[in-house]
Design a protein around this ligand. Structure first.
Ligand code: DX5
Ligand code: ZN
Length: 208
């Protein structure tokens, strides 16, 4: 059993409401928030998330690629985020971030960039819902998966059996089976789902 989380970053930005309707039968909607500092790119802010909230019943899986995300947690929760994920490399205290996310009413996730070892997640990791293994350099869609991510999935499942492990970046019909075999619970898929002629067919194939 694996959950599929289409990434809005690969959608047609001129028609986001319609794009979300195309993937309504997914499990989660993955929304990448980029600030132009933590990553070189800029994407969506809370107003865009809020505008989509009444367009879908999907859980909003909000991935904050922000330097110092603490101050933005209430705004993204108010906008409709169900899960809020910060990066362990963001420059703020993970325990404080988890506390703030949980206090907001959302569930907490932590992402690790490709160069960050699993050991960067301390015992505090047990308070998370999920850990996101970045399998590409954060900031851009459409990259090729770095298969070293597979080792991290195994390591995380061994260390935190109770947590969900999400893989983000370069998930397609070739790489999805590897991620699932390594123990991944959630597959984020941008390009492969939104660029597919039939997103449902693609999601079913990814989930096999
Ligand atoms: C990258 C983002 C990913 C991205 C994945 O920084 O976190 O969520 O949208 O896109 P694909 O599936 O195209 O690699
Ligand atoms: Zn992401």
């Amino acid at each position: 059993m694996v959950y599929i989380a289409p990434s809005l970053l690969a959608a047609d930005f001129s028609a986001l409401g319609q794009e979300v309707a195309r993937i309504e039968r997914a499990d989660l909607l993955h929304i990448d928030i980029m600030d132009g500092h933590f990553v070189p790119n800029i994407s969506f802010g809370p107003a865009v998330v809020a505008a989509l909230r009444d367009k879908t019943k999907l859980l909003f899986d909000v991935h904050l690629m922000l330097e110092k995300p603490l101050a933005y947690i209430p705004a993204f929760r108010k906008a409709g985020a169900d899960i809020i994920t910060f990066h362990v490399e963001c420059g703020e205290d993970p325990q404080e971030l988890i506390q703030a996310i949980r206090a907001s009413g959302a569930q907490a996730g932590c992402a690790i960039s490709p160069e960050t070892p699993v050991s960067a997640i301390g015992e505090w990791g047990k308070r998370l819902r999920q850990v996101t293994v970045m399998s590409v350099k954060p900031g851009f869609g459409g990259q090729t998966m770095k298969v070293e991510a597979l080792r991290k999935i195994f390591q995380l499942k061994a260390r935190f059996p109770g947590l969900l492990v999400e893989v983000d970046g370069g998930v397609n019909l070739e790489t999805a089976p590897l991620c699932k075999a390594a123990g991944a619970d959630i597959l984020v898929a941008g390009t492969s789902v939104f660029q597919a002629e039939d997103p449902y067919l693609e999601m079913r194939c990814l989930a096999i």
